[in-house]
Design a protein around this ligand. Sequence first.
Ligand code: 3AM
Length: 176
Amino acid sequence: MSVERRLFFALALPAKLQKQVIKWRANNFPQDTGRPVTAVNLHITLAFLGEISELKTDALTRIAGRIQAQKFSLCLDDIGHWPGSGVVWIGTKRAPNALLQLASVLRSHAARNGCHQSTLPFHPHVSLYRSATRPVAIPPATPDWQLDAEEFSLYESTYKRGRTRYRCLQSWPLAD
Ligand code: 3AM
């Protein structure tokens, strides 16, 4: 029997940026805002694949290895709250084309391989809190961090004993 795993493509946040974000979050949001995402789990999702078989994983891994995408830098200068999904996030006011293209290519390959893709437009973001269903006072500004994306990765998401863990399975470099 084929084992299915819950997978997604994403950009990681470097450890230094993870620490900065966590510190800023602690200083700018009340403790009861929602369920804080742990530092190592901070990421920007590019394409969610869902629970997929080993066969499909192999196909998408091969495709990811053939994608030719450029490095880019991203300014994390936007903050928001989606009450429907309960997510408080930081994002960017101007998403670089290279990021939009990378997400679009990954999403269309995912769709072609039978991974249902949301019809909502891609909105690059780092989720800071989940289950934030009550109104949230949004800080007036982010510290304007820069994220230099040099690779993208495939992650496995597992949920055990009340904890979500993301494990990086493979990464692919972005070109100069
Ligand atoms: O942390 P973000 O919001 O970037 O919300 C989930 C998370 O994204 C999203 O995949 C990322 C890793 O878990 N996700 C979970 N279920 C999803 C679904 N059914 C989903 N995205 C789209 N459709």
